[in-house]
Design a binder for this molecule. Structure first.
Ligand code: 6GU
Length: 246
């Protein structure tokens, strides 16, 4: 899978991209991340990429020309154009469902904003998928782009090694339960003991303990996940079941 990241701050990425799982995926050729500096498409002596908003107000707005021209040039690279994703607090909220959908793509073009945002013509012309990572405001889309890459890369076949591991993840299709508590050695630490059932080899009992622990944690922390029906099924599963009965 190929990612192209368009940003005014490409230096923010190499530290993150060099990190273990992602670095390994890149080394194995499963994932490719190309960084592009929007400023390289700015014209004039000062290479300006932003300007004051028409109508007044604080901050600066990213100009349409360098952004649109950067996206168009980047789309010419590679075998086929990618899906354009613009990272903005005003976008639809990213979640595991969206990560699953993106992991089916061959190529994603991630457009990171700064300042007070993009000139609206960028959106009108490129018609990107506008995406937010949650209800809070970041200084720019770079960290959000890393979040999207991180979540999507885990779903690319071969990246995790064990293909089962992401199917069981919380929030993946078919699982709306939080993870159960995990323990390793020592058996006792500062008076806190590992639950007895995990120490014996009774695997059905261990599976039952883990299921109950997941349910209990989900009830305590994220009751909203349990209000949506069977937490081990997707809403699509439930729709199919009821139509099968009809
Ligand atoms: Cl994608 N960008 C910015 N600047 N802030 C955000 C965000 C994105 N998602 C949540 N907050």
């Amino acid at each position: 899978m190929r990612f192209d990241v368009l940003t005014l701050f490409p230096e923010m990425f190499p530290g993150y991209l060099g990190q273990s799982l992602l670095n390994l995926a890149i080394q194995r050729g499963l994932v490719e991340v190309n960084l592009h500096n929007i400023r390289d498409w700015a014209k004039g002596k000062h290479k300006n990429v932003d300007d004051r908003p028409f109508g007044g107000g604080p901050g600066m707005v990213l100009s349409p020309e360098p952004v649109v021209e950067c996206v168009e040039a980047v789309q010419q690279l590679g075998d086929s154009p990618g899906r354009v994703v613009l990272l903005t607090p005003g976008g639809r909220t990213f979640n595991q469902r969206v990560a699953e959908e993106f992991s089916d793509a061959q190529r994603l073009v991630l457009l990171c904003g700064r300042y007070e945002g993009f000139d609206q013509r960028v959106i009108d012309i490129l018609q990107p998928d506008e995406l937010s990572i949650g209800d809070f405001v970041l200084n720019g889309g770079e960290v959000a782009a890393m979040v999207v890459i991180d979540a999507v890369v885990r779903l690319v076949p071969g990246v995790l090694g064990d293909e089962q591991s992401n199917k069981q993840d919380s929030f993946s299709s078919g699982n709306r339960l939080l993870e159960f508590a995990q323990y390793t050695r020592p058996r006792e630490y500062r008076g806190h003991e590992v639950p007895e059932v995990l120490l014996g080899g009774n695997h059905p009992a261990i599976a039952e303990w883990r299921k109950q622990n997941s349910l209990e944690r989900t009830r305590q922390r994220r009751g909203d996940l349990l209000d949506q029906g069977d937490p081990t099924k997707t809403s699509a599963d439930e729709t199919n079941e009821s139509s099968a009965v009809d």
